[in-house]
Design a binder for this molecule. Structure first.
Ligand code: ATP
Ligand code: MG
Length: 271
């Protein structure tokens, strides 16, 4: 295979035997065992796993915030060496500039990457609208609910037009109803933009609703325990939740996670 062909065939993201150990000596924590995982362009991958299994670590490695202890993280066939605007990160909460209104928060990235004022304003307006906050463009973060702040965070990440969106439990702090509405919004935005997404969640339902690819991790040190590609991904039919495949997959993931959560609990007990 020529170099050109091998690049063309490369997945958008490849974790190649990636492990991560924090610290040294007796206090060292092996967060991840060597993990290999491919993410194709345009895929919506949800990572599930018990607390402390290394999900955020995996995402931070792809974001470029951390470097692997062994192995390589590749984007388009090239190693990730640090943060890059081609990878947009949305944090669990906060991370907005409190002294800027919604529009300026969203325009910040485009301005910082050299867009002119007018263009940055147009980009900001588009994404503020996309996340349904058109009427709140001149409000400040303290004037917004938690769910609205999360939407600003999403608009802010999208405004940089990243190729990959990295979301670490973005809806964890939200109530169930807001969460469901935002899930629908994310699904619509993903269908519109077809970004490659890596999304961490503790909710099986959220993963089943959003993902084209579900990856279940084991208790620490994290490994990939199972992965699923639901055929009902993004079906518009609400009855899908009662389909045999949905019900079976949900039960299987529930069982896997329960097993791993028990292992994680035992590990904490022996500390
Ligand atoms: N910067 C760090 N320094 C030392 N240890 C760390 C660091 N970051 C993570 N760890 C450890 O690595 C392990 C995995 O942490 P990580 O945050 O990736 O888990 P997680 O799966 O995201 O958990 P949660 O679901 O609770 O968010 C944990 O044992 C954690 O204590
Ligand atoms: Mg985490």
């Amino acid at each position: 295979m020529s170099t050109v062909e091998s690049f063309a065939a490369a997945p958008k993201v490849r974790f190649e035997q990636v492990s991560k150990r924090f610290g040294q000596g007796p206090d060292a924590v092996q967060a991840l065992e060597p993990i290999s995982l491919d993410i194709a362009e345009g895929e919506f991958t949800c990572l599930l796993g018990p607390s402390g299994c290394g999900k955020s670590t995996l995402l931070n490695l792809l974001a470029g915030f951390e470097q692997p202890t062994t192995g390589r993280v590749l984007m388009d066939g090239l190693p990730v060496r640090g943060p890059d605007p081609r990878r947009g990160v949305v944090f669990q909460q906060g991370a907005l500039f409190t002294w800027m209104n919604v529009r300026d928060n969203v325009a910040f990235g485009p301005l910082a990457t050299g867009r002119g004022k007018g263009e940055a304003a147009r980009i900001a307006a588009r994404y503020v609208e996309m996340v349904g906050l058109g009427a709140f463009a001149t409000r400040y973060p303290y004037e917004l609910s938690g769910g609205m702040q999360q939407r600003v965070g999403i608009a802010r990440a999208l405004a940089n037009d990243p190729e990959i969106l990295l979301m670490d439990e973005p809806f964890a702090a939200l109530d169930a109803q807001t969460r469901e509405l935002l899930q629908e919004e994310i699904r619509r935005i993903w269908q519109e933009t077809r970004k490659t997404v890596l999304w961490i969640t503790h909710s099986i339902d959220e993963a089943l609703f959003l993902a084209t690819h579900i990856v279940v991790m084991s208790a620490r040190p994290g490994r990939i325990k199972a992965s699923f590609r639901p055929s009902f991904s993004h079906s518009a039919d609400p009855a899908v939740v009662a389909s045999p495949e949905f019900v079976r997959m949900k039960a299987e993931i529930f069982g896997l996670l329960r097993e791993e959560a028990l292992t994680a609990q035992r590990q904490e007990g022996v500390r």
